[in-house]
Design a protein. Sequence first.
Length: 75
Amino acid sequence: MTLNEYIDALQVFITENPKYGEMRVVYSCDDEGNRFDNVYHYPTAGYFENDDVFIPECHFGEWDNTLEVNAICVN
């Protein structure tokens, strides 16, 4: 999913359900819904590799100066 697709889905969701706008946002920690938690962070741009490593853009210099943003972490 792209960030634009995610935003579009959120806009449709809130338009269809305006009463949900002030509710807190939670996330599932795995596909089976074994654990949930609050969303605490705003979106962060960074580099996502091998479906398990996310390096925030502000830390690129500590890893590899040639990294480029390829993903947005939403939590």
